[in-house]
Design a protein around this ligand. Structure first.
Ligand code: NDP
Ligand SMILES: O=C(O)C1=N[C@H](C(=O)O)C[C@H](O)C1
Length: 233
């Protein structure tokens, strides 16, 4: 399969290594200096770029009739617009805030724990995420997905990075050099605390998940998520 990399930074390069290892070719390596994208030899596009350019990258692939997956975070206020664009152009699109298998299992554990915690009183929920200091967005896309999983099952209505109201989940975003991505959810009461935590040891899990998603989506039409790819949840 021929893969276009829309973004050739830390993730683009990790994806390239895994894609080549799985006998794929890289048809395009786009960076901030790439003027236009030539998709003529591309089967699937993978966008891991920056928040301000993700939407136009995704739409370019849809315009070219190329299935596109995106792992770029920090652009989700435009998610519905992209979905409408994809549907009206009969395109193929998959977004995941986190492509790693471990985190996608963690998303399901988070939802199950939140269902249990909704049945008891006296606990406050907090999410902590830690990433490297080059990260442009806060909170992480993964932390937002975790918060949404809790909101779905509890009385919480939204999340905040600031002082939380009683119906808000506080997300603390820490930036520490070289950390690939750590997420922890804690339920605190006066009596005890319950925590679940996922720690990425490298970017390999994100990159492998993205290549697996690209292989899966190649000949499909529509809007998908990692739940479709991994058949979990
Ligand atoms: N969903 C997931 O599993 C994961 C998501 N991410 C997310 O992926 C994104 C990328 O992360 P990371 O690789 O670490 O970031 P980097 O900063 O290392 O890479 C970003 C890349 O995007 C390129 N870029 C900038 N503008 C454009 C443009 N207009 N068109 C095409 N490419 C462009 C940059 O070009 P240049 O080199 O010229 O600056 C660079 O190559 C982030 O949003 C991050 O949060 C990260 C890990 C996992
Ligand atoms: O920027 C990163 O590095 C990461 N971003 C994603 C996010 O915002 O959740 C996924 C992963 O945690 C690494």
């Amino acid at each position: 399969m021929n893969i276009a990399l829309l973004g050739y930074g830390r993730m683009g390069k990790s994806i390239e290594a895994i894609a080549l290892d799985r006998n794929h070719n890289i048809s395009l390596k786009a960076t901030s200096s790439t003027k236009s994208f030539d998709f003529s030899k591309t089967d699937v596009a993978i966008d891991f770029s920056i928040p301000s350019t993700a939407v136009s990258n995704i739409k370019s692939a849809i315009d070219a009739g190329v299935p596109v997956i995106s792992g770029t975070t920090g652009w989700l206020e435009h998610y519905n617009d992209v979905i409408e664009y994809c549907k009206s152009n009969n395109g193929t699109f998959l977004y995941a805030s986190n492509f790693s298998l471990g985190v996608n299992i963690f998303f399901e554990i988070n939802k199950q724990l939140s269902r249990l915690m909704a049945k008891v009183e006296g606990y406050n929920t907090e999410i902590e995420e830690i990433h490297h200091t080059q990260k442009l967005d806060a909170p992480s896309g993964t932390a937002i997905t975790l918060a949404e999983g809790i909101i779905e099952n509890t009385e919480y209505k939204s999340w905040t990075l600031d002082n939380p109201k009683s119906n808000e989940i506080r997300i603390e975003a820490k930036r520490i050099p070289e950390v690939p991505g750590t997420h922890e959810i804690t339920y605190n009461s006066e009596i005890d605390s319950i925590s679940i935590k996922h720690t990425a040891h490298s970017r390999q899990g994100f990159a492998l998940g993205a290549v697996i998603a690209a292989e899966w989506i190649k000949d499909k039409k529509g809007i998908f998520s990692m739940k479709d790819v991994l058949n979990i949840g």
